[in-house]
Design a protein around this ligand. Structure first.
Ligand SMILES: Cc1cc2nc3c(=O)[nH]c(=O)nc-3n(C[C@H](O)[C@H](O)[C@H](O)COP(=O)(O)O)c2cc1C
Length: 134
């Protein structure tokens, strides 16, 4: 069964810039604004790396990531978490590189981060706040 439901996907697809949370090996937290984010049909989230520094170093040392999305219209809020793989070659990387270059030829398109979502939580205030959904 899919971890990311159509209801969740609808909220994530409205977001223009995501707050991407990672942590260094020693636990130091980091959050970075990332716009090149694509929710695939499955439970993967693809992130285009042009300028990531701490984010990239963190996931190489500690391959975990969290992202949230809040929709002010529906008031729905979802947090996804999972493990991250970094790709600098291969078909998936080439696909992300083409997407980034189509936006701006000057983008370096250093790598593709693939987040495999394994947990989703509600982050809307009120009853059920912080509860695991899938
Ligand atoms: C609105 C906005 C969108 C951004 N989108 C991306 C992006 O899609 N990919 C990327 O690599 N950097 C993007 N950046 C730049 C990174 O967030 C920036 O280089 C950041 O300093 C890297 O942070 P880090 O060291 O925490 O990884 C964006 C920045 C802003 C302000």
């Amino acid at each position: 069964m899919a971890i990311i439901t159509d209801e969740m996907r609808a909220v994530f697809e409205k977001i223009k810039v995501f707050s991407v949370g990672t942590a260094a090996e020693d636990g130091t937290p980091n959050v970075a604004p990332i716009a090149s984010v694509k929710f695939t049909d499955g439970d993967e989230v693809w992130l285009g790396d042009n300028y990531m520094k701490k984010t990239l170093a963190n996931v190489r040392a500690n391959p975990r990531m969290a992202i949230y999305a809040w929709d002010p219209d529906s008031k729905k809020c979802f947090q996804v978490k999972g493990r991250v793989e970094v790709r600098t070659e291969g078909a998936e990387y080439e696909q992300m590189k083409a997407m980034l270059k189509a936006k701006n030829e000057a983008y370096p398109a250093k790598s593709l981060l693939i987040l495999r979502v394994d947990e989703v939580y509600s982050c809307a205030p009120g009853p059920g706040a912080g509860d695991r959904l899938s």
